[in-house]
Design a protein around this ligand. Structure first.
Ligand SMILES: [Zn+2]
Length: 376
């Protein structure tokens, strides 16, 4: 889930939230519908009714965007990816899928189903508008048909990270067999599309159409930054995939017993060893991981009586990595459970600790010494 968002509800294990910026667009859409669209299409009604219609239409727009994102998530789940959350924000929605598609066909299906859903909603709304005899329902349905068709078309623009860019990437990936090259190309097309939007926005502004111009330019700016961050993310991923856990871990095999008191742990293990975390083992079996964050929750007066086993993390199962795993994989695991470090295990034996801070240090080193990890 993105930060600065409000959690709303869960659908089939997928957490749905809205980013604060979404409230801005909600108010903006409601306002513009209430003062211009509805008065123009359904004249002669009281203002309160226009505001009510505006709010209903905005909510239905919200539902439309949500259905578009849910379609992405459901297909991702059906294809074995992990769909965790959906955040609706100012330009639409972001589905947070666990990990990237491993096959081009998966990426293609997950991406294309979103715009298709928008087109289906547009078609349904169009039918409602045609058969309805009630002018207010007709006006609302017409608006939804138009906005969903626009959403579908906008998202099909072939620039990464828009759905169309993902479709393009999956096709290049399928044809060339090289996902990196496909990402590179699709993200660069995404940048081109972004420049197109920026130029269009400026032309509109020169034409004195300030609001539309600013709006289009902001979309361009957003697309550009998303495409750029995709590219730098790819460079980062490439680096992380090249480094093995064993290369970066600290070969520290200190463990403590779950029966140790928190005070002893702090005074005898963490402070003297300059450690932020230490694995907890019971007769050579790893049972948890205790970190500074776990300890600060214990009031100082209770440090003597509290046992490590009562506050340690990982009681439901310790997350570990092997020394030959890639750092990319380890970082993904850390991200999933919001961990700062992982015990490194070979067979059953603890061989070291991998800390996020060490990974960052290694990345900074490589950034200076090996500026072009792609080798191209
Ligand atoms: Zn989409």
């Amino acid at each position: 889930m993105l930060t600065n968002s409000i959690r709303l509800f869960r659908v089939r294990g997928i957490e749905v939230g809205i980013h604060y910026s979404w409230l801005v667009i909600f108010l903006f859409v409601t306002w513009s519908l209430s003062v211009s669209y509805f008065p123009d299409t359904v004249p002669g009604r009281p203002d309160t009714e226009y505001w009510l219609l505006g709010a209903i239409a905005s909510l239905l727009l919200f539902v439309s965007v949500l259905l578009h994102e849910l379609a992405h998530s459901f297909v991702a789940k059906a294809r074995g990816l992990d769909a965790r959350s959906i955040t609706l924000f100012i330009f639409g929605g972001v589905s947070n899928l666990g990990g990237e598609a491993r096959q081009p066909s998966t990426e293609f299906l997950v991406a294309i189903v979103g715009p298709l859903t928008s087109f289906v909603i547009a078609a349904a709304a169009y039918v409602v508008a045609q058969v309805s005899n009630e002018p207010r329902i007709e006006a609302t349905a017409d608006y939804l048909a138009l906005i969903n068709a626009a959403l579908g078309i906008f998202n099909l623009i072939p620039g990464f990270p828009l759905d169309g860019g993902r479709v393009l990437r999956s096709i290049i990936w399928e044809v060339t067999g090289n996902m990196q090259r496909a990402t590179d190309l699709a993200a660069n097309v995404g940048k081109l599309v972004a420049y197109g939007f920026l130029a269009w926005g400026f032309i509109e502004i020169l034409d004195k159409d300030y609001l539309d111009g600013a709006w289009i330019a902001v979309i361009g700016w957003f697309l550009h930054s998303a495409a750029s961050s995709t590219l730098s993310q790819m460079v980062l991923d490439t680096r992380l995939k090249r480094i093995r856990v064993g290369d970066v871990m600290r070969a520290d095999t200190t463990v403590v017993s779950p029966d140790l008191s928190v005070e002893q742990l702090i005074d005898d293990v963490l402070l003297p060893g300059n450690r932020r975390a230490v694995p907890v083992a019971l007769q050579d079996r790893l049972v948890g991981m205790v970190t500074v964050s776990d300890l600060v929750r214990v009031p100082v007066a209770q440090r003597v009586t509290t046992r490590v086993g009562d506050v340690m993390g990982g009681r439901k199962g310790v997350v570990t990595v092997g020394p030959t795993d890639t750092v990319a994989f380890a970082v993904e695991l850390m991200g999933e459970d919001d961990l700062e470090q992982l015990p490194v295990v070979q067979g059953e034996r603890l061989v070291g600790i991998l800390a996020r801070a060490d990974v960052m240090r290694q990345l900074q080193l490589r950034e200076r010494l090996d500026p072009n990890p792609g080798g191209s």
